[in-house]
Write a protein that binds this ligand. Structure first.
Ligand code: SF4
Ligand SMILES: [Zn+2]
Ligand SMILES: [Zn+2]
Length: 415
């Protein structure tokens, strides 16, 4: 028997039959998928790899969890097992490595691009080591820096906060986007974390502070909700960092995010964006320094880190994610990674080490202080429109203020 999808009531019925005393076992595994949610029955016993193959799931994109424990691809599952297959959007796979390469204990995750596998304890060490390596290599943080971590409630930013907390950087920033239950749950996850760890959380609500939420932006012509969301985040993160005297703004962009962003930029030859794609951007022209300490860690590893560290993160995707093209690039890279482990890292690191500075240094410089003026409306730094001299700054409005006005005009029309 192959894999068969159950609807919710059928799945509940199956559970009831399996649980009933005296009833002969139906000898099927129950596989619950998260994000997107679905329930399947699969013939067993089988290895994790076989189950994923039967369901047509790319192992690069998921973690498999049984009774709160991570299952590697070689683990044999009994015919009455119940497992959760949790999408992490992307990830890695490769040669079998059944023992932790550090201590020889049972592994919870393989990381094929490193030809490595780790137990829970050494996975945490590995990720902390990768973050330290990134910080040192790019001079991201010093001991004296006041650092603000942007935290969305997703696995990457919560894990980043957790790692940086252990290094002595405590403060977080949450931006409420007003996306219904998704935003409510995200805020709850972030504020629970801050309360448990006793750390400072700046919580800003977009609608309260700026008059619109991200769903309002779906009505704006020629601008996607994700585009408005990204612009709003960049603006608010920078503003809060400057207003509160932080030296550095840290975000949870991981290896998959950065490789996908690069692929999108290369495919459209967006050279100005390529010039500014870096794990660390120095402060310039009224913009706070920005760093991405997770750029060397895949998002599958970050999800595993959260599970072994017991961090509750929001598994669900943002309901507006359909408008986000980056996911298509992630899918393409994951397919390559499945066949050629290490592709994503080679693509990104090769660009950073051999291409960016050598070929885009002059374009990157254009974003520095010289061309920047104050927005006539909000006072934040912005590049003057082409053809206008910098000293005409009073009449210049930044991209955020222009976009805010467009969204507000849609909101007032609808209301
Ligand atoms: S999917 Fe789009 S709208 Fe949702 S949080 Fe991400 S960028 Fe914002
Ligand atoms: Zn170990
Ligand atoms: Zn402005």
């Amino acid at each position: 028997m192959g894999a068969r999808r159950l609807n919710a009531s059928a799945a509940q019925g199956r559970e009831a039959v399996l649980a009933a005393p005296g009833v002969v076992s139906l000898r099927v595994m129950i596989v619950r998928r998260r994000n997107p949610d679905a329930t399947h029955e699969v013939a067993g016993p089988a290895t994790v790899a076989d189950v994923l193959a039967q369901l047509g799931i790319n192992p690069e994109t998921v973690l498999v969890i049984r009774d709160g424990e991570l299952m590697t691809r070689d683990r044999e599952l009994p015919d009455d097992a119940e497992i959760e297959v949790r999408s992490v959007i992307s990830g890695g796979a490769g040669p079998r490595a059944p023992q932790c390469q550090v201590c020889g204990r049972a592994v919870v995750i393989e990381i094929p691009r490193h030809r490595a596998a780790f137990c829970a304890e050494h996975l945490v060490d590995h990720i902390r080591g990768q973050v330290r390596h990134a910080i040192d290599r790019h001079g991201m943080l010093s001991y004296d820096d006041r650092v603000l971590v942007a935290v969305s409630g997703g696995k990457d930013s919560l894990a980043l906060w957790d790692v940086l907390l252990d290094m002595g950087y405590h403060d977080g920033l949450y931006l409420g986007l007003g996306i219904g239950d998704y935003s409510q749950r995200s805020e709850q996850v972030v504020s629970d974390f801050a309360e448990r760890r006793g750390v400072t959380l700046h919580a800003i609500d977009l609608a309260t502070e700026f008059g619109y939420s991200i769903p309002d932006a779906t009505g704006v012509k020629d601008r996607s909700a994700c585009g408005v969301c990204g612009l709003s985040k960049r603006y608010v993160f920078n503003k809060v960092a400057l207003d509160h005297g932080y030296d550095v703004m840290a975000t949870g962009h991981n290896l998959d995010d950065e490789a996908a962003q690069l692929l999108g930029n290369v495919l459209r030859w967006q050279t100005p964006f390529m010039a500014r794609q870096s794990p660390a951007l120095a402060a310039s022209g009224g913009l706070a320094k920005k760093v991405k300490p997770l750029y060397r860690v895949g998002e599958r590893e970050m999800a595993a880190y959260c599970i072994v560290r017991g961090l509750d993160y929001i598994v669900e995707e943002c309901p507006l994610v359909g408008g986000n093209t980056v996911h298509h690039y992630k899918d393409a890279l994951n397919e390559l990674e499945r066949h050629f482990p290490g592709t994503k890292a080679q693509f990104l690191y090769g660009f950073l080490d051999k291409v960016r500075d050598q070929h885009f240094a002059s374009e990157a410089d254009e974003g520095n202080d010289d061309g920047v003026v104050a927005c006539g409306e909000c006072g934040m730094p912005t590049a003057p429109p082409k053809g206008k001299a910098a000293h005409n700054g009073d009449s210049v409005r930044c991209a955020f203020c222009r976009t805010q006005q467009r969204v507000l005009s849609v909101v007032s029309t609808v209301r």
